[in-house]
Design a binder for this molecule. Structure first.
Ligand SMILES: [Mg+2]
Length: 343
């Protein structure tokens, strides 16, 4: 490894920079390892099919605050986060394993609530909880979820398959989860300051739900199959639309242009962003935890993709070196950049 790098703070790298730094010398040697680090899931050859494996870590105080996150919701979301990476490869999740670190501040009924949420998500997405580990923690709660899934050898969709002129497509809308979190944080601070017991969340049920109990757009994947549309690349939007789009561009060797007016943003997100005095496009591009799918399809699919109403085309891929831009209604172009250390 680069010796001068050892003196740097890990903050200088950013999340993705640190992952790249730590894993740049990692080589895979087993024939069964098809895809290693760098995509939504690892891909393992298991004979007739491919096995997909992904893991996610959630830390109290970093990824969740138990003051406004019910443990049942937390368990549900932990499973969603993990299986979302399997769907992002066009796979089907089958199993999850939970590694839990808990401190003595938790009571049994709280941990039961967490597992009730885990079970609910497993039931909804037809996934089995097949194992894990529980250990004591000094500082709070840690949840690690490993998800396992399968995909046919010809059905897998990676991040690196996009080509210039491909259409950039998305499901759902963006920025709602982030604004939900801002609202919960605001109410928490008000509570600490004034001891207001009843948080005022009325009119913002959608953004709260997007933050606390997200879902995965599985029906879109089914519709795409039905219309015989095979995306050239795909990723789940967890780090933010901008960041995840740039992941696809980087790995595919393309650049992109998306259109400001095409990025779907829910009315509640816009209304709340205005209340917070921020441009709704900021949480939409950089918020993260949307759990929507971002994928590309060949330009020839332009008519066919209209047959899937849950999908919106927001732009297109361009050739390498032409820059990544968001284009305003007046034709102005602003460069798309990714946030560094974001979770
Ligand atoms: Mg992912």
């Amino acid at each position: 490894m680069d010796k001068t790098a050892h003196k740097k703070s890990i903050n200088d790298f950013g999340k993705f920079g640190l992952v790249n730094h730590l894993t740049k010398d990692v080589r895979t040697g087993n024939k069964t390892t098809i895809t290693g680090i760098g995509d939504d899931s690892a891909v393992v050859d298991s004979g007739n099919n491919l096995t997909l494996v992904s893991t996610d870590l959630l830390l109290e105080g970093i990824h969740f605050n138990l003051i406004y996150t019910p443990l049942k919701h937390l368990g549900y979301k932990a499973v969603i986060r993990a299986i979302s990476d399997i769907y992002a490869m066009n796979g089907t999740p089958g199993q999850v394993m939970i590694a839990l670190g808990i401190s003595s501040k938790f009571k049994l009924d709280q941990v039961e609530d967490l597992y009730e949420g885990i079970s609910l998500a497993c039931e909804k997405y037809h996934v089995d909880l097949v194992g894990g580990d529980i250990t004591s923690s000094l500082t709070g709660m840690t949840i690690g979820v490993t998800s396992i899934g399968t995909a046919g050898k010809n059905n897998i969709i990676k991040r690196n398959g996009a080509r210039p002129n491909d259409l950039i497509c998305v499901t759902g809308d963006f920025g709602a989860s982030f604004m939900g979190l801002q609202l919960l944080e605001r109410e928490r601070k008000l509570f600490v300051k004034d001891k207001v017991t009843q948080p005022d969340l009325s009119g913002f049920e959608y953004v709260i739900k997007r933050q606390l109990k997200p879902e995965i757009p599985v029906s879109t994947l089914i519709d795409l199959k039905k219309e015989e549309i095979i995306p050239t690349s795909m990723i789940d939007v967890t780090d933010g639309l901008a960041s995840d789009l740039l992941h696809i561009c980087k790995l595919s060797g393309t650049c992109c242009r998306i259109f400001y007016s095409k990025v779907p943003i829910d009315y509640e997100t816009t209304r709340l962003a205005e209340e917070f005095n921020i441009d709704p496009m900021t949480p939409a591009l950089n918020g993260g935890e949307d759990f929507e799918l971002l994928f590309t399809v060949p330009l020839e699919m332009v008519e066919k993709i209209k047959l899937v109403p849950s999908v919106k085309v927001i732009g297109h891929m361009t050739t390498s070196g032409s820059g990544n831009y968001i284009v305003g209604d007046d034709g102005s172009e602003v460069e798309i950049t990714a946030q560094g250390w974001k979770e």
